[in-house]
Design a protein around this ligand. Structure first.
Ligand SMILES: Cc1cc2nc3c(=O)[nH]c(=O)nc-3n(C[C@H](O)[C@H](O)[C@H](O)COP(=O)(O)OP(=O)(O)OC[C@H]3O[C@@H](n4cnc5c(N)ncnc54)[C@H](O)[C@@H]3O)c2cc1C
Length: 398
C-alpha cells in the first residue's frame, strides 16, 4: 500500500470538523483528510435547532457569535451556497428580578465588547414580538441581528465547500489513534492505513470524550438529551420576521419554523448520557410554560419532535487547544475543537480558530487562552461558567 501523507487530518465531519477542513484548505493546507466513522453530518449537527446568537456571556463568546453570524451572512458570496441564515432578532427574556439585574450587567459587558444590544422592557418586547404574553416576564436583552440557520442546509453547505476545495472526505472510516514520536504526532491510524501527518484536529461533538480516550486524553465533555418540538402552523407565526426568545431560567427557547414555532429544551435534573428518546412528561411540562409565555401555542398540536444528544462542558465554553496527556504533557501537533453545545452559533468561528491553531499554532479570531483543556482540574471542573448557557446537568460524567 502506498504511504499516504496529509498536511492535516480532521477527525469528525460535523459542523466543526467540516468547516475546519474547508478553512484549512483556504489557509493553504494542500492535503486535508477528514475521517468520519459514520456519514457526514449525522452527529449532533443535523439534529440541532439552529439558533444563532451573538449574545454571549463573555467578551470571547460574543466574538465567536459575531464571527459566525458574519460568516453565515457572507457565505453566498464566498461559496455560492449558504446555511440558510435568517435574521430574526433574539430576546433573552427576564422573568425574575434577578434575571433583570443579570441581564442588564450582561448588556453592559456585551456593548463594551462591540455588540449592538439593548434592553427592552416588557411592553417593547411585546411590540417586537406580538405573540409574546403581556405578563409573566420583564422584557429582556435584544439583538436585532441574531437569527437561525437550517442545520441540514448547513451540513449541505459545508459538504459542498469541502467538495469544492478538494477536501478528502472518508466516510465510514473511524479514527483509531495516533502515531507519536517524542511527544509529537507523526501519523493517524485508521482501520485501513496509517496516514502520515504532523497535524491532527480532533472533533467528536457529544462523543468527544470517547475520541479523547483513543489518544489517552481526558476530555471532560458530557452528552445529555436535548429535545426539539415543532408546532402546527398558526397565523401568529405566519410572518416573515418575529424575534426568537430564550426563557433563560427554564432553558426553553423558541423561533419561527414553517409557519409554526420550533422550541427546544434540556432537563437539567436528568442523568446525563446519550439519549434519542422523547421524554414526554418533561416536554409537556415545558409546553405548559411555553403556553403561558406564548398564548397562541395553547392547544396547538405537535407536527414533529425529536430528541438527540447534545455535548456540554461543565462551564459551557468551547474547547480549543492541544490535547494534554494525563501526565500534563502536550501532544504536539494535536488540536481539540468543540463548540460544546453551541455548534450552530459558534461552530464556524470555533472551526476557523481550530484550523488556525492546527496550521499556525495561533489565531487572531479570539483569545483562546481560557479555552484549553488546561482549565479543567482532575475532576473535570472548571473555574469558569458561561452565565447564559442552557441549564445542563452539573457533572460531565456519562
Ligand atoms: C437537539 C439539539 C439541538 C441543538 N440546538 C442548537 C442550537 O439551536 N444552536 C446551537 O448553537 N447548537 C445547538 N446544538 C448543538 C450543536 O448541534 C452541536 O454543538 C454541534 O452540532 C456539534 O458539532 P460537532 O461537529 O462538534 O459534532 P457532531 O456534529 O456530533 O460531529 C462529530 C462527528 O465526529 C464523528 N466521530 C466521532 N468519533 C469518531 C471517530 N473515532 N472517528 C471518526 N469520526 C468520529 C461522529 O460520527 C460525528 O459525525 C443542538 C444539539 C442538539 C442535539
Amino acid at each position: 500500500m502506498a504511504r499516504e501523507i496529509a498536511d492535516l487530518v480532521v477527525v469528525g465531519a460535523g459542523t466543526v470538523g467540516g468547516w475546519a477542513s474547508y478553512f484549512a484548505r483556504r489557509s493553504g493546507a494542500k492535503k486535508v483528510v477528514v475521517l468520519e466513522r459514520d456519514l457526514i453530518g449525522q452527529g449532533a449537527s443535523s439534529r440541532a435547532a439552529g439558533v444563532v446568537r451573538a449574545q454571549g456571556g463573555t467578551p470571547a463568546t460574543v466574538k465567536l457569535g459575531q464571527w459566525s453570524v458574519d460568516f453565515y451572512n457572507r457565505q453566498r458570496d464566498e461559496l455560492g451556497t449558504d446555511s440558510g441564515f435568517r435574521e430574526l432578532g433574539y430576546i433573552i427574556l427576564a422573568v425574575t428580578r434577578r434575571d433583570v439585574g443579570e441581564g442588564l450587567a450582561r448588556v453592559a459587558m456585551q456593548r463594551e465588547a462591540g455588540l449592538d444590544v439593548r434592553w427592552v422592557d416588557a411592553g417593547e418586547a411585546v411590540r417586537l414580538n406580538p405573540s409574546l404574553a403581556e405578563t409573566g416576564h420583564r422584557g429582556g436583552s435584544y439583538v436585532a441581528t441574531d437569527g437561525c440557520i437550517d442545520p441540514q442546509r448547513n451540513v449541505r453547505a459545508y459538504s459542498l465547500a469541502m467538495q469544492r476545495t478538494n477536501v478528502d472526505l472518508r466516510e465510514r472510516t473511524s479514527f483509531l489513534g495516533l502515531r507519536l514520536s517524542g511527544g509529537r504526532v507523526t501519523g493517524v491510524r485508521t482501520p485501513d492505513s496509517v496516514i502520515a501527518t504532523e497535524r491532527v484536529l480532533l472533533t467528536g461533538g457529544p462523543t468527544l470524550r470517547a475520541v479523547g480516550k483513543l489518544i489517552g486524553v481526558r476530555i471532560p465533555v458530557g452528552g445529555a438529551r436535548h429535545q426539539v418540538v415543532v408546532t402546527e402552523p398558526h397565523e401568529a407565526f405566519q410572518v416573515e420576521r418575529l424575534p426568537m426568545v430564550f426563557d433563560i431560567g427554564a432553558g426553553v427557547y423558541w423561533r419561527l419554523e414553517e409557519d409554526g414555532l420550533l422550541w427546544g429544551m434540556s432537563n437539567p435534573q436528568e442523568t446525563p448520557g446519550p439519549s434519542r428518546e422523547i421524554d414526554w412528561p418533561y416536554l409537556r411540562k415545558m409546553e405548559r410554560r411555553l403556553n403561558r409565555l406564548v398564548p397562541a401555542t395553547k392547544g396547538l398540536g405537535i407536527r414533529k419532535a425529536w430528541a438527540a444528544t447534545i455535548e456540554y462542558t461543565p462551564d459551557h465554553f468551547p474547547i480549543l487547544g492541544p490535547a494534554i496527556a494525563t501526565d500534563g504533557t502536550e501532544l504536539r501537533g494535536t488540536t481539540i475543537a468543540s463548540a460544546c453545545g453551541h455548534g450552530m452559533m459558534w461552530g464556524p468561528a470555533v472551526a476557523k480558530a481550530a484550523a488556525d491553531l492546527a496550521l499556525k499554532g495561533r489565531t487572531d479570531l479570539v483569545d483562546v487562552g481560557d479555552f484549553g483543556l488546561g482549565r479543567f482540574d482532575e475532576q473535570g471542573r472548571s473555574p469558569f461558567i458561561d452565565p447564559i448557557a442552557l441549564p445542563f446537568p452539573v457533572s460531565p460524567d456519562d
